[in-house]
Write a protein that binds this ligand. Structure first.
Ligand code: 13P
Length: 253
């Protein structure tokens, strides 16, 4: 069985010092709550990683980055390599979030190089895919997601299913309060699983496919109960400890 991954994405919110206090409180809140059935992860701004790493050490909470450079080292002002993020405490990196695709014009070819960089640098990539509203309305959503998957994963070999996570985030559901129905999330999860089976054979059964887009305590249980929804990539609600924990405890046991 795939362990549900309850992944927050804080985006560009909080400061390192506020995050430290937040994390200490989360660990206190976790005392006495059984989260052994899930994996807890918060993808935070790069500035927060080294501050949070000693706080979460030995706890059930992992931290990750929201982006990674496609390069290992060099004259790339402003970028952080996978090795830097790993050394600062990250174990995962989000790759190709729709906000990076939209505002930074990240292409599938670049995201492919970022997946390679994660693997070379010891991070697990969370590759995000998802259609915009017009694509959903015209029925092109599956074609879009399959194109993003084949571009991002072109030539990427896997030796373990834990070395890749896919997040399906329909762009029209992000930060809008509109959520894909659990059936729609499952339908796309099945499309993604079938693509992964074609690429990776039996390993695909162990690859986690997350749903993201206005996941909240009120809809989490229904989404997480679906066979091909193996966790969430949670924006706004992951900044609220009570909501994040409510989503984590809504995962099936
Ligand atoms: P919201 O949960 O705020 O809709 O954000 C989803 C998201 O983009 C997570 O990466």
């Amino acid at each position: 069985m795939r362990t549900p991954l309850i992944a927050g994405n804080w985006k560009m919110h909080t400061t390192p010092s506020a995050a430290a206090a937040w994390m200490r409180s989360l660990l206190e809140d976790l005392d006495g709550i059984d989260v052994s059935n899930v994996e807890l992860l918060l993808n935070v701004p790069a500035t927060h990683l080294a501050v949070l790493a000693p706080i979460v050490a030995g706890s059930p909470v992992a931290i990750g980055a929201q982006d990674v450079s496609a390069h290992a080292e060099g004259a790339y002002t402003g970028e952080c390599s996978a090795a830097m993020l790993l050394d600062a405490g990250a174990t995962y990196a989000i790759v190709g979030h729709s906000e990076r695709r939209q505002y930074h014009h990240e292409s599938d070819a670049l995201l492919h190089d970022k997946v390679v960089a994660c693997h070379a640098g010891g991070l697990t990539p969370i590759l995000c895919v998802g259609e915009v509203e017009a694509e959903r309305e015209s029925g092109a959503h599956e074609t879009t997601v399959l194109r993003q998957l084949s571009g991002g994963l072109s030539g990427i070999d896997l030796s373990r299913s834990d070395d890749l996570v896919i997040a399906y985030e329909p762009v029209w559901a992000i930060g809008t309060g509109k959520t894909a129905t659990a059936d729609d999330a499952q339908a796309m999860g099945a499309v993604i699983r079938s693509f992964l089976k074609g690429r990776y054979g039996p390993l695909a059964d162990g690859i986690r496919i997350l749903y993201g887009g206005s996941m909240k305590p009120a809809n989490a249980a229904e989404l997480l109960a679906k066979a091909d929804v193996d966790g969430g990539l949670i924006g706004g609600a992951s900044l609220q400890r009570d909501q994040y924990l409510a989503i984590a405890t809504a995962a099936p046991r």
